[in-house]
Ligand binder design. Structure first.
Ligand code: PRX
Length: 648
């Protein structure tokens, strides 16, 4: 977000105190919790951890040898047991866990007992394929219940899942499988998106050709004969065939608190995504508590997080957090504008959704579509709203409040990251006075600060880098197979502090206002991409000599991708080639990485030491006047580039 925009935000005086209903009966309505947690964080987390079901309680709460954390040492616990068995033992057994709707319109309702049964059976099927504790299983599926079932089946037997978003390309899938040395891949014959079939199996086949660690592929039949999926004898197995013969009970593995639960790849500042490692007890505790407190989950709520399970939001706010709380959830397979732009609101009305969670980019899209779509439906069941993934602008916040929440629903603007496991700067509906577009204040037990270049705390009212100064149970433990990168990325910029990569300001009340990334990570429609990943995909094309990519402010996506490329001598810079290069990036990484804008440059502006001057490219892309360019090796390059850009 531009600095001027944030100044406007900070000046705006609108506040929204907690409504009486939340003040009285919110799951967290005692503000004293924050003070207690601050004074004794370990005692606070331990007190909360007692709400989980342990096979053996821990001997020690925390061992902290910065940046290496171990929580609940000596404890034994199983995540699927906490998300399923403990509900199945109570009257919740017949409660709807998942109300699923396919894009073409089918409905499936799975009770807690249904999910429990499927999870047990699939856990046995995985075992039969030779999967053992600690083995990695890659999951590449659309939004179908089998994805959630497979994730719980993995954690039931202590296997580590690595979910790869179904919109990623074959090549992205292959890289992630290989980095994790996954033994089994679970995919689908296809999935539906905007009425067309996504060729999951075809991509999976292409990926597995270059993934020697994969021994077996399990295929969920979603589409049927239209999918064109071809099964490879001996390697590929239909999900339903494996399930038909699988026994009903699988003993949950008593996992060590610190055993790895999953890895999820996310973009950093280099071209290679990193596998963020989460462990068992700490992650489970964090997501249980965050969903209970931030989203105030109650027995009769119908919760809908409209994210994809391929991202961390779906892990935390679909698969693990709500299920640890025994909540009923809606899950939707497809696109929000299929067959019409009122699809989501139709579903809110139909299923009586009470809590709805989405991303600012989606809210801005709804705004653009117009108020008539939500207005056509009875949304009075809603009582609470959520926002996640990127800074939300005040206009979008107000629109969401008015047109979706009808003025009655507090909005939880939750700041967090794949690495943090759950929201760390966030309001709570029973205690927090909201300010539109501020993620407000830290979660109990979390010490967040804003520091300057030297790591010194900036007084209230100032801006700088967002850091976290204390470990927390759901924090990442390392980067898969790359502990040095863990230390380097998160703990070396400011010694002793976790550096989030975000800029932030704090106002005089101590409220945090997130300003976006301060590194080479872009946030495109709430999805994280590194500039370097897109640059590597571009230079991989035979016509391209060099490429520089920047994130550019975009009205709907938050940031759009803007690429500058110089071509190999002799290649002509045609409009067709622009399209070819955009398509090439989409093929290499996935459609989310397709550049919005692509410009030819005779040469890219560089400093004398050869570093690409991104600031200059940003200024050019924003059409701003150029600043000091004396460090450029060849100042005429920029002038040419700027001229060319303005001609477009
Ligand atoms: O820049 C921040 C932004 O998203 C980044 C984390 O991306 P990812 O790991 O993909 O996780 C997204 C979902 C948790 C952060 O570094 N971000 C996330 N939530 C917010 C946000 N920026 C501002 N406000 C938020 N509420």
């Amino acid at each position: 977000m531009a600095d001027e925009a944030i100044e406007v935000l900070l000046e705006e005086g609108r506040t929204f105190p907690p409504p009486d209903a939340f003040r009285q009966s919110g799951n967290l309505n005692d503000a004293a919790v924050f003070e207690r947690a601050d004074k004794d964080p370990e005692g606070f987390w331990a007190e909360q951890a007692r709400e989980l079901d342990w096979f053996r309680t821990w001997d020690k709460v925390l061992e902290w040898d910065c940046p290496w954390a171990k929580w609940f040492i000596g404890g034994k616990i199983n995540v699927s047991y906490n998300c399923l068995d403990r509900h199945v033992k109570t009257a919740r057994r017949n409660k709807a866990a998942i109300i699923w709707e396919g894009e073409p319109g089918e409905e499936r309702v799975l009770t807690y007992r249904d999910v429990w049964r499927e999870v047990n059976k699939f856990a046995n099927a995985l075992k039969k394929l030779g999967v053992q504790k600690g083995d990695r299983v890659a999951l590449y599926l659309g939004m179908v219940p089998e994805l959630l079932i497979a994730m719980h089946a993995c954690n039931r037997i202590g296997a580590v899942h690595s979910v790869v978003f179904g919109g990623f390309s074959a090549e992205s899938l292959r890289d992630r499988i290989n980095d994790a040395s996954a033994k089994v891949l679970v995919t689908g014959d296809g999935g539906y998106r905007r009425g067309t079939v996504i060729p999951l199996k075809k991509n999976a086949d292409e990926a597995v050709e270059g993934s020697p660690s994969i021994e077996n592929v399990v295929v969920v039949q979603r589409v049927g004969s239209d999918s064109g999926a071809v099964m490879k004898e001996g390697r590929d197995h239909w999900w339903h065939e494996l399930m038909a013969g699988a026994p009903l009970w699988c003993e949950p593995e008593p996992m060590d608190s610190e055993d790895m639960l999953f890895s999820l790849y996310t973009s950093g500042t280099t071209g290679k995504p990193k596998g963020i490692v989460h462990t068992t007890a700490g992650y489970l505790l964090g997501v249980y508590l965050a969903n209970k407190w931030v989203f105030d989950m109650k027995e009769d709520d119908v919760f809908w997080c409209a994210a994809d399970i391929g991202w961390v939001t779906g892990h935390t706010h679909i698969v693990y957090g709500p299920m640890a709380n025994g909540a009923t959830q809606v899950m939707y397979e497809g696109s929000p504008d299929w067959p019409d732009k009122d699809r989501l609101w139709r579903m809110v009305e139909k299923y009586g959704v009470t809590i709805f969670h989405t991303a600012p980019t989606a809210i801005r899209t709804f705004m653009r579509w117009g108020t008539e779509f939500p207005a056509a439906h009875d949304l009075s069941s809603l009582r609470l709203l959520g926002s996640v993934g990127e800074p939300i602008n005040p206009e979008a916040w107000m629109w969401y409040h008015e047109h979706i929440g009808h003025g009655n629903c507090p909005i939880m603007d939750t700041w967090w990251q794949t690495e943090t496991g759950h929201p760390l700067i966030t309001p709570f509906p029973g205690v927090t006075t909201l300010k539109p577009a501020s993620a407000t204040r830290p979660f109990p037990g979390i010490e967040a600060d804003v520091v300057d270049e030297q790591g010194k705390s900036v007084p209230l009212g100032g801006g700088g880098y967002l850091v976290l100064k204390r470990p927390w149970p759901a924090m990442l433990r390392t980067v898969f197979n790359d502990p040095d990168r863990y230390v380097e990325t998160y703990w070396s910029r400011f010694p002793g502090m976790y550096f989030a990569g975000d800029g932030a300001k704090r106002d005089k009340d101590g409220y945090f206002w997130l300003l976006g990334r301060v590194d080479d990570v872009m946030n495109v429609s709430g999805h994280r991409l590194s500039t370097m990943e897109v640059e590597s995909a571009l230079v991989d094309h035979q016509a391209v000599a060099e490429a520089a990519v920047i994130g550019k402010q975009h009205e709907v996506k938050g940031q759009g991708i803007c690429a500058f490329v110089s071509l190999i001598a002799g290649v002509e810079n045609t409009p067709e080639l622009v399209e070819e290069l955009r398509a090439h990036v989409a093929r290499k990484i996935g459609a989310i990485a397709r550049p919005d804008e692509l410009y030819y440059a005779a040469e890219l502006p560089k400093t004398r030491s050869g570093k690409i001057m991104r600031r200059l490219l940003r200024d050019i892309a924003d059409g701003k006047a150029l600043g000091d360019t004396t460090t450029l090796a060849d100042p005429t390059v920029v002038a040419k580039l700027k001229e060319q850009y303005e001609d477009e």
